[in-house]
Design a binder for this molecule. Structure first.
Ligand SMILES: Cc1cc2nc3c(=O)[nH]c(=O)nc-3n(C[C@H](O)[C@H](O)[C@H](O)COP(=O)(O)OP(=O)(O)OC[C@H]3O[C@@H](n4cnc5c(N)ncnc54)[C@H](O)[C@@H]3O)c2cc1C
Ligand code: FES
Length: 281
């Protein structure tokens, strides 16, 4: 069992949990993820290691509440335990040797982009972070992101933080104002990552994206996380989750991501799940 040593609510739909997992904390690197199971009947879900503390033996995860398992997680409190917590999984991000990088997060993707920005910053790269949210109430990790970059731009779709627009607007402005990026990292919803990759393509700026495909085993066995990169079949769990954004078949990935929509909807609205929510209100 893996104890929850801290829990914080970051916005109405996002929580942060610090988990006691010393063996994972010892090995974790930016870009890697864990797979957890809340209890013995639970489904396995992947979550990125947002931060880790080798000394205290803890791993931080940031969770957007979107369906049954993330709701069950949200029902747990500090002091409770999670049954299975496996990792670190996936390849660590390759971040060596870059001088000027734009790190872009969309919504909860900021939690995944944060460790990359932190590692690049520590390695001495100049880092511009661009974070996008639907509205100002959903902004998370603003101070944390500020602390690990040279310039942070927070955009909102509706302009409620005074900065209206998408992350691509801010990225284009930075590039056109002469930011000489040798790498762009974009992490968030598939349409956002696709838009960033299309923006950087004509400028020929290397662009890394993190694929949040459906994952089951996380070890390359089930094929659930299959995607096409440069015409070849890859598995996000073992070949990624980072890939060259200019080579990913985003349209196929977007089609595959909706495969289980009906089942997920039924699970979230099942009596079982409603009961759990009522108990915890
Ligand atoms: C490598 C990786 C890292 C991720 N990191 C984070 C993170 O740090 N924070 C975060 O909030 N979310 C992260 N996700 C997404 C997270 O796994 C899903 O939000 C979660 O599985 C939803 O489960 P649910 O039962 O609550 O919702 P459901 O109702 O089951 O699903 C809601 C949506 O979540 C996605 N999803 C569902 N099951 C899976 C699955 N087994 N694998 C992948 N996606 C799934 C689908 O897009 C689905 O439409 C990551 C996904 C991947 C692949
Ligand atoms: S999650 Fe099963 S092959 Fe990747």
């Amino acid at each position: 069992m893996f104890k929850i040593v801290d829990k914080q609510v970051l916005n109405p739909t996002t929580i942060k949990m610090v988990i006691d997992a010393p063996l994972i904390a010892k090995k974790a690197a930016p870009g890697q993820f864990i797979i957890l199971r809340v209890d013995e009947k639970g489904e396995r879900i992947p979550l990125t290691i947002s931060d880790s503390d080798k000394e205290n033996g803890t791993v931080t995860i940031i969770i957007q509440i979107v369906g049954k398992t993330t709701m069950l997680l949200n029902n747990l409190e500090k002091g409770d335990s999670i049954l299975d917590f496996v990792g670190p999984l996936g390849k660590a991000s390759e971040l060596d040797g870059y001088k000027k990088v734009a790190v872009i997060g969309g919504g909860t993707g900021c939690a995944i982009a944060f460790p990359q920005a932190k590692a690049l910053h520590i390695a001495g790269a100049k880092v511009d972070m661009i974070a996008g949210f639907r509205n100002t109430d959903l902004i998370i990790l603003e101070q944390e992101m500020k602390d690990v970059c040279d310039k942070l731009t927070v955009m909102t779709d509706d302009g409620s933080n005074g900065n209206k627009g998408f992350v691509t607007n801010a990225l284009k402005e930075n590039i056109e104002n002469g930011a000489d990026y040798d790498l762009v990292i974009a992490i968030g919803p598939l349409p956002m990552m696709k838009a960033v990759a299309e923006l950087t393509r004509p400028y020929n700026i290397k662009t890394i994206i993190s694929m949040n495909t459906i994952m089951v085993d996380g070890t390359g066995m089930c094929g659930g996380c299959r995607l096409t990169v440069d015409g070849e079949t890859k598995f996000a769990c073992i070949d990624g989750p980072d890939f060259d954004g200019h080579l990913v078949d985003f349209d196929e990935a977007m089609r595959r991501s909706t495969t289980y929509k009906d089942i997920e909807y039924r699970e979230m609205h099942s009596d079982d799940c409603r009961l759990l929510n009522k108990i915890n209100k």
